[in-house]
Structure formats: C-alpha cells, structure tokens
Design a protein around this ligand. Structure first.
Ligand code: GLU
Length: 379
C-alpha cells in the first residue's frame, strides 16, 4: 500500500528512541532517557502566561498562513540585530516547528534527482526530508576534521542544488569555524547553490560565538535560515519554528506547501513565541548555564569511564566513541538491556557515526550522574 516515495525512508531514530524510553518509563521501569534532544526545563512562566492570555482573548483561530504580522516583524528584527542579516517580515514564514520549515523548503525547491550535500554525521531528518522531496543526499565527512572546499568539490555535480549546514551541530556538538563557513560560502557561490542553515542551537553555545553564514558576503541571497523556539525556550511541544527565505519566490513556494498541509502554525503558540522573543532573555541565559554545567559533568564522567567524546561546544549532545565496546548498535542495545539507559545509535546520523552513540545531556545532573554510575558498573 505504501508509496515508492517512502522506500528508503527510515523511521526517525531520535523520535523512535525517545518513544521507547517514554514507553518503558510508563511501564514503571527505571529508565534513563538520553536519547531525545529535548530540554527538560519547564517552558518559562511568562511565555505560558502569554499563551493563557491568548486563549482568554480568543486567539484560537487560523492566523494568516505565513504567521501573525507582529511575530514575523519580531523575528526579522532579531535576525537583523543578532545575525546581521538584512531581512524584513516579508522574508519570514512561521511554521509548526522548524522541521516543517525544512520539509517545506525541500518540497518547494527540489526536483527529482537534485543533489543535496550533507555533512556526515547530520541530524536524521535532513536526509529523509531530502529523499521525501525526490532529492539525493551526497555526504561529506565532517566529524572531527573541518569542512574543506576540496571535500565539498569532490561530491559536487551539475545536479547539486543545495548544501545543508547545522551549527552548533546535532549530533556532534561542534561549532563551524569562521574558516569553514568561509569555505562553504565560497563553494556555494561558485556552484550557485542554496544553503539551508539550521541555526536552532544558536543560543546553546559554550564559549564560542554563533555566526550565521547568511551574514557572509553574497550569502544572504542564497541562504535559508531555519530556527525555532523548541530548544532555546524549552518549547518542544508547542511546535513553533520559522524560516527566513532569501527571495519572495522561495517564501511563496514554501507558503503554498504550508497552506495545503498545516494551514498555519498554532495561533496560541505564535502568541507565546512573540512574548518569548520580545521579553528579557534571562531565562535563556539560565538554561544555557545549566546546559554548560551538564556538559562539563557528562564529558568528565564519560572520560573517567573510558568513553571518549568530542567536547561539545554547542547544542546538548555528547557524541561518544564506542570502538572499545563494539559498534553503535551493539552498545545501544547493551546500554538498554544492562543499564536501562536509552541513547541514539550514531549510524542513524550517517555512516561516520557507526562507531558512536549520541547522549543527549538535556537531562538533570542527577540523571546524568546516575546514568554514568550505571555505565561504570556495567563495564
Ligand atoms: N531534534 C531532537 C533530536 O535530535 C528532537 C527529535 C527530532 O526532532 O529528531 O533528538
């Protein structure tokens, strides 16, 4: 019964492992969930209050498909001020989660056989979104080694249409250096490519500074910035994200898909997002400080146990090398069976991840310490 389109599309490994952990927890098992990249903090109170006000005021209907005007304005202002990219509200589409923005972009710009460069390993949904839209992913390894113009060149063809970057990165936690961004930008200009820059972790960064590739010379015209409220404001369940498109053509293409699929982002979540953006940002600072403490604890404990991970400079993932204990699938299974710990196997993110598992440290320090203790005992 299934369409050919779905062949070769895997279930989302992050959502699947997250559901497995939730199921086992609901059964009363003492499971520790390090699989899903989901802040465990409550959505800040002032954002929840805004949603309650929206309900009381009756903002419970469709909004205009691209999003409410004030929110689009506020996003454009944020992008101008923080990311140094000169855009207006007309460039912004508000979507039910950043994932929907990615899907709309792929469906909007890719034709059958178009090639899209992905940096290996990459978050699971990029590959699937490319394939669902009929595109072919082309992988360039970027695990510990930086991205170079020549390595991008080695997979380029006349069918290459886009490159996807995600910095700070999921699942590795790296932040692309200025030099890497420069080489990617030069490559995109030379080959006349679109760039999807997923900047959802821009605020969750430790001692580095986020720079949007769209702020590089000549890049605004070819970069689609994707971002959202889920990670920065602990709003995963609200489903609220956005894209900033470089041209009216791309924006209107995405809008058509939005109109014919989800109509608009949830009205109440849009009101809450407007408050999130236009209020003081102390809540973000506090959550990021906690993520940093957790990062320091998990990296230290992992290394004491003899598990090596790349030091995450952003996002909330530790990408841990499993070589001493078998491959990613073997260690994932062992952690689940012997320690009741749920992680995401690295190969779900690309072949470069096959000897890695991803720990999300968007979990309490207590859970992290308990989890590391269980692993120590298991070994
Ligand atoms: N992005 C998060 C993750 O990688 C949430 C799940 C998902 O959207 O894939 O775990």
């Amino acid at each position: 019964m299934l369409s050919k389109r779905l062949s070769g599309i895997e279930e989302s490994a992050t959502m699947k492992m997250g559901s497995l952990a939730k199921k086992l927890q609901a059964e009363g098992k003492s499971v520790l969930n390090f699989s899903l990249g989901e802040p465990d903090f409550k959505t800040p109170g002032h954002i929840c209050e805004a949603a309650k006000r929206a309900l009381d005021l009756g903002y419970t209907h469709y909004t205009s498909s691209a999003g409410i005007g004030e929110l689009r304005e506020a996003i454009a202002e944020k992008i101008r001020e923080e990311n140094k990219v000169d855009v207006s509200a007309e460039n912004v589409i508000v979507t039910p989660g950043a994932k929907q923005a990615i899907y709309e972009l792929m469906m909007g710009v890719l034709d059958e056989g178009d090639e899209v460069i992905l940096l290996d390993p990459a978050w699971v949904t990029f590959e699937s979104a490319v394939k669902l839209a009929g595109g072919n992913p082309k992988w360039v390894k970027r695990l510990e080694e930086g991205v170079k113009y020549e390595s991008l060149e080695s997979v380029a063809s006349e069918n290459t249409k886009m490159i996807i970057i995600n910095s700070p990165n999921n699942p590795v936690g790296y932040v692309l250096s200025d030099n890497e961004l420069k080489e990617i930008a030069e490559f995109a200009v030379d080959h006349d490519l679109l760039v999807l820059s997923d900047e959802i972790y821009e605020k969750i960064i430790y001692g580095r500074k986020h720079v949007s590739i769209a702020s590089f010379d000549g890049m605004q015209a070819r970069t689609v910035i994707i971002n959202g409220f889920s990670k920065t404001y602990a709003m995963t369940g609200w489903r609220i994200g956005y894209a900033v498109a470089p041209t009216t053509e791309i924006l209107e293409g995405m809008l058509k898909i939005q109109q014919h699929s989800v109509s608009c982002a949830p009205s109440i979540a849009q009101s809450a997002a407007l408050t999130a953006l236009s209020s003081p940002q102390d809540c973000v600072k506090e959550m990021v400080e906690q993520f940093k403490r957790r990062r320091d604890v998990i990296v230290k404990r992992l290394s004491e146990i003899g598990l090596r991970c790349l030091n995450p400079e952003g996002a909330f993932y530790a990408f841990v090398n499993t070589s001493n204990y078998g491959n990613d699938m073997e260690l994932t299974e062992r952690l689940l069976k012997e320690a009741y710990i749920v992680v995401t196997p690295g190969s779900a993110f690309g072949v470069a991840g096959k000897d890695y598992v991803r720990f999300s440290f968007a979990a309490s320090i207590e859970d992290i310490l308990e989890g590391m203790g269980r692993i120590e005992k298991m070994f």
